[in-house]
Design a protein around this ligand. Structure first.
Ligand SMILES: [Fe+2]
Length: 289
């Protein structure tokens, strides 16, 4: 346990070097500079930050996010929540106030890095839980730096030279949704990303892949599928994975430059689940040299 020494802030490791839980802090209130600095530093080093037991209104959620950078709004208008365009809510509550048996986004059940289909993808995502199911509805996180560093030298070298097409259209189809309209495809065209990227806060290298990125440049569809599965199976071995079991009032912040995540199934007909997120604007992806 590391004592931040900032008015009771404690930083507790979650899964080896991957993830930190911050305790003794109320993020719904204005934070002093030392606390903000300690949280930024912990997030930069460990890629995943968990704060439990928070009573966080949407305005405070946005204010907390601003400590880490600039917020972004989703590239597609249909994802916006009217009062706070910076907030994206995932809920299975119908107009009658009861669970509606519809998963709000089945795409989230596949391992992915948020907005990797954008040329400048989301830097980080901050997800807050209002209501959670008794069973399931977890979010699992895989450490793409740990996964990269565990590869053999020849594989690391080979992967550093590879590039992948990321396309929201493809991942939506895979999740069982209609593809995007022509207008949406113009808003969010496919982009090419390196398979290995630099994580600027640490200078370490991370694998960069997930459900939005399934097609390797210069490979057949068959070859792409095989390699995609092989790499994703490696990254999501239990040794690289932290499984977050939500409680109401949890906030989890993850670094999309160095992690992938997926939700787990829950009974959408019986159990309410309401979570909302903000997203931090990213920076251009830096390919490994
Ligand atoms: Fe996501």
């Amino acid at each position: 346990m590391m004592d931040g020494g900032k008015g009771g802030l404690e930083l507790v490791p979650l899964h080896g070097d991957f993830g930190i839980e911050a305790r003794g802090v109320d993020i719904s209130r204005p934070l002093d500079a030392a606390t903000v600095s300690a949280l930024r530093d912990a997030f930069g080093r460990h890629r995943l930050l968990v704060v439990r037991g928070q009573d966080l209104a949407p305005e405070a959620h946005i204010a907390f996010t601003r400590h880490f950078g600039e917020l972004e709004v989703h590239v597609l208008d249909e994802y916006h929540k009217a009062r706070h365009p910076e907030i994206f809510e995932l809920s299975n509550i119908g107009p009658d106030g009861k669970p509606n048996a519809v998963h709000p986004d089945r795409g989230t059940l596949f391992w992915h890095s948020d907005a990797s289909f954008q040329k400048v993808p989301a830097l980080a995502t901050l997800l807050y839980a209002e209501q959670v199911p008794r069973d399931g509805g977890h979010t699992m996180f895989a450490d793409m730096i740990g996964a990269y560093e565990a590869l053999g030298a020849s594989e690391r070298e080979r992967y550093r030279a590879m590039r992948v097409m990321h396309d929201l259209h493809v991942s939506r189809l895979k999740a069982g949704y209609a593809g995007m309209t022509e207008a949406q495809r113009r808003q969010a065209p496919p982009v090419e990303q390196p398979l290995v990227r630099v994580h600027p806060p640490t200078g370490r290298l991370a694998l960069y892949l997930g459900s939005h990125g399934q097609e390797f440049v210069g490979m057949t569809e068959h070859e792409s599928r095989g390699l995609f599965e092989r790499i994703m199976n490696h990254c999501t071995e239990p040794r690289f994975v932290y499984d977050h079991v939500w409680k109401p009032g949890d906030l989890v912040m993850w670094d999309n430059r160095a992690t992938v995540h997926r939700g787990t199934e829950y009974d959408t007909a019986a159990e309410p689940r309401v979570v909302r997120r903000t997203v931090l604007k990213g920076e251009a992806v830096v390919a490994a040299a």
